[in-house]
Design a protein around this ligand. Sequence first.
Ligand code: ADP
Ligand code: MG
Length: 249
Amino acid sequence: MLRLAAVGRHYSDHQVLHDITLTVPHGQLLCVVGPSGCGKSTLLRTIAGLLPTHDGTITLDGTPVRGVPDHLAVVFQDHARSLYPWLTVRENVALPLRRRGLPRAQRRAEADRILDRVGLTGAARRHPWQLSGGMQQRVAIARALVCRPSLLLMDEPFGYLDAQTREDLEDLLLEVHRTDGTTIVLVTHDIDESVYLGDRVVVLSPGPGAKVVLDLPVELPGARDQIATRGLAEFVALRSEVGRAVRNR
Ligand code: ADP
Ligand code: MG
């Protein structure tokens, strides 16, 4: 379980996060929403151990986060810059396994298994620059999943994609979440996306000193479906509630 207790963070004299307290149980898909510039990426990088906290503590299963924890994977917004252009798709995906010292044949088999899962079987030998934006983001997701992380952090992972690709990848993520039980913290500025994906939505106030202004469980009947779910009265009501919190009305 991930626990943030009174977490604060600033850049020199600019306070970005203020007194963030959150507990994310195992297996939850938490969406964090907030206006642009409020500190969402800062929060995610702090959870990832890439930035130190200045106030409060972050613990993962009781252990304080100092440096990037094992069993954690991060998907950044900018997929084009997060893949290595000189490596093939398969090599990009297998990279985290190399760091873990797995033999070559096993790295390859694991990479192919996960590429198959994200629908990229035919692209294993191509290079990232030969792929569309949506395919590149699939590669980034595959690389994040290849080590079977227990915690997956995603920073606006579908932000740059066209609507159809975005919906496909949202559903891929839901499928991974359902079958693997991975704990996921996903940051987005898209209110609809947060309600569609989340088991829970947390809204941050605009900075400086962003804090949690709404913490909402998302209970929707039936399996999530791009058309049916978004048409539900419950979905519309939750979306309005999140929207009001984001716009401070
Ligand atoms: P969000 O992801 O919600 O758009 P960020 O976490 O990227 O917000 O940024 C929050 C605030 O911190 C912004 O005002 C931004 O300008 C500032 N900021 C982000 N990164 C840095 C940095 N490395 N140095 C100084 N200020 C930063
Ligand atoms: Mg950001």
